[in-house]
Ligand binder design. Structure first.
Ligand SMILES: Cc1ncc(C[n+]2csc(CCOP(=O)(O)OP(=O)(O)O)c2C)c(N)n1
Ligand SMILES: [Mg+2]
Length: 580
């Protein structure tokens, strides 16, 4: 691919030979590596880079805050297996994006944050440049890798290193620093063209050792009460057919982690999701596929788990093994390769979960489903989380192609349990960190890369972290339906100020906030709903219109619980005062 020849910003004496500049080299390098979209916020020194990328056919999506641009890039990476690109300005813009980059690393999403930066000479002597910050070193602790390009002829190799670091092995967030003077610098066009690097096979397969597969299959064959846990690494791998085939051939019950929901449809008979705590406590052999034994799985320890359970773990990153519990059968490799070899070596009938185990799970499921149905079928006024989510669940049952973005505390925890997913990688949520603020960024990222509609189910507090991106959604006319679960607060809306003063409690938000009017300001459709029928109709209409919409869904301020389903993680003071 020929590097574009430009004559601007080039001293007269160089006009005799063909020259280009850093801006053009960056865009050429991105295009050469198949980058189709950049998510960012423009400003010094990257405004012309964004303009040029757009002029050259890369789609540029401009945000109102870098964190949302970063979240959009991260989720684009998760959905496409290609690094999502986020473009930020120096110092504060860079730092705003860094939270999303760190979140991408924590979740294993491939993303590259490209940031302009100020003059190295001035930064290094701390002489007070415009937006001065040593960005590369600031990024290092939060990223999988951080690089800086100091010469225009290194842009190609710099981007190549960033791409490889982002997508190979366990994917993650990578930082690429581009100082303003490198962007502006001139370079002979032939030298520039030769400096470009097309990354070949950026995420090479990592084929597991045959003996690790045998060890795992033997352990599974010895199990009475086997269990498979699917993590978002399994969803990312896009090994959907092989994962399903392995589960169905072995007959082993499985649990999907939140973002692995839909890898097999949630109504699959082997899903043990409705008997989660029972299977965790009782399983004797557990096979983790792309799932980590972190806090979301109680670190694999008692009392949630049996202390005698033995573990098989399929993971691309060997340092994940033995992180919390000993792994009896580690399978180090990429999930596609591992599943395909597991299937090849699986002998028919060799693995058979005990029928007592399957019966016990079925019984637990039935009891829990009946208890849940009683809550779901109630129709309290105002609505609670059950009745509102039931209404949305029923609409989404007819739209399995819709992406569901979900954040909040109660809104997240109830949403995960109540909204069934039928297709892989359609549920996008707060993830490993339980972070607030991913909502509108993930919604934009998913809508842009897929052109499919998105329903973002947002706690009212969670929504506030990225709510201004409604303007972005309207500006690009994206089919995003935001449903704000408005209970006037973080967890609940009825807490009191214990000082007796007039300020609201730390967890309380404005009462009767009219969130639907925010989107009307940008030309979108706003709805205010107080009952399940109106909510279902509003979601149905908004999906049919494929236009930006926001539904302000009024929830009883007393309906939620502190911290949703993870109340136990709140620190309790070690000081107990028996008099109180
Ligand atoms: C970046 C970040 N800041 C703060 C928190 C703490 N936090 C957890 S949930 C939550 C909001 C919960 O309220 P809401 O979104 O309204 O959900 P609800 O429980 O009311 O449904 C907050 C602020 C967080 N998880 N992430
Ligand atoms: Mg709330």
């Amino acid at each position: 691919m020929a590097t574009k020849v430009v004559t601007r910003a080039v001293p007269d004496e160089l006009h005799t030979s063909a020259v280009t500049d850093g801006f053009h080299i960056v865009v050429d390098a991105l295009k050469l590596n198949g980058v189709e979209t950049i998510f960012g916020v423009a400003g010094i020194p990257i405004t012309d880079l964004a303009r040029l990328a757009q002029a050259e056919g890369i789609r540029y999506i401009g945000f109102r805050h870098e964190q949302s641009a970063g979240n959009a890039a991260a989720i684009a990476g998760y959905l496409t297996q290609k690094p999502g690109i986020c473009l930020t300005v120096s110092a504060p813009g860079f730092l705003n994006g860094l939270v999303a980059l760190a979140n991408a690393t924590t979740n294993g999403f491939p993303m590259i944050q490209i940031s302009g930066s100020s003059s190295r000479a001035i930064i290094d002597l701390q002489q007070g440049d415009y937006e001065e910050l040593d960005q590369m070193n600031a990024a290092k602790p939060y990223t999988k890798a951080a690089f800086r390009v100091d010469r225009p002829e290194d842009i190609g190799i710099g981007l190549a290193r960033a791409i490889r670091a982002a997508v190979s092995g366990r994917p993650g967030g990578v930082y690429l620093d581009l100082p303003g003077d490198v962007l502006a610098a001139a370079l002979d066009a032939n030298v520039a063209a030769e400096s470009l690097v097309h990354v070949v096979d950026p995420a090479p397969r990592q084929i597991p050792a045959p003996e690790s597969i045998d060890r795992a299959l033997n352990l599974l064959a010895s199990a009475q009460r086997p269990l498979i846990i699917l993590g978002k690494g399994a969803a990312y791998a896009q090994a959907d057919a092989d994962i399903r085939s392995f589960i169905e051939t072995t007959g082993i019950p499985y649990l999907p982690m939140s973002m692995a929901k839909g890898l097999l449809p949630d109504n699959h008979p082997q899903s043990a999701a409705a008997a989660r705590s029972f299977v965790l406590a009782q399983a004797d052999v557990v096979m983790l596929i792309g799932a980590r034994l972190n806090w979301l799985l109680g670190h694999g320890k008692a009392p949630q788990w049996s202390s005698t359970a033995r573990f098989i773990q399929v993971d691309i990153s060997p340092t994940e093994f033995d992180s919390n519990r000993p792994i009896a059968a580690p399978i180090a490799g990429d999930i596609c390769s591992a599943l395909s070899i597991l299937l090849t070596k699986l002998k028919p009938g060799s693995i058979r979960p005990g029928s007592a185990w399957l019966d016990a799970i079925a019984k637990r499921k039935q009891g829990n489903v009946e208890r849940m149905a009683a809550h779901l079928n109630a129709n309290p006024s105002p609505m609670d989380f059950y009745s509102a989510l039931r209404a949305i669940r029923d609409v989404l049952a007819e739209h399995s192609d819709v992406y569901v973005v979900n954040e909040g505390a109660n809104t997240l925890d109830f949403g995960r349990n109540i909204i069934d997913m039928r297709q892989p990688r359609k549920r996008l949520d707060s993830g490993t960190w339980g972070v607030m603020g991913i909502g509108m960024g993930y919604a934009v990222g998913a809508a842009v890369v897929s052109s499919e509609p998105v329903v973002a189910i947002e706690g009212d507090s969670a929504f506030g972290f990225s709510g201004m991106e409604l303007e972005t959604i309207c500006r690009y006319d994206l089919p995003v339906v935001t449903v704000v679960f408005n209970n006037n607060g973080i967890y609940r809306g009825d807490d009191v100020n214990h000082s007796g003063g007039t300020d609201p409690s730390p967890t309380v938000l404005l009462k009767n906030a009219r969130y639907e009017k925010l989107i009307e300001a940008f030309g979108g459709t706003g709805q205010y709903v107080t009952d399940p029928q109106s909510l279902a109709k509003a979601v149905t209409d908004a999906l049919a219109a494929r236009k930006p919409a926001l539904i302000n869904c009024i929830i009883d301020p007393r309906a939620g619980t502190e911290s949703g389903h993870i109340q136990n993680l709140n620190p309790r003071s070690a000081i107990t005062n028996s008099k109180n």
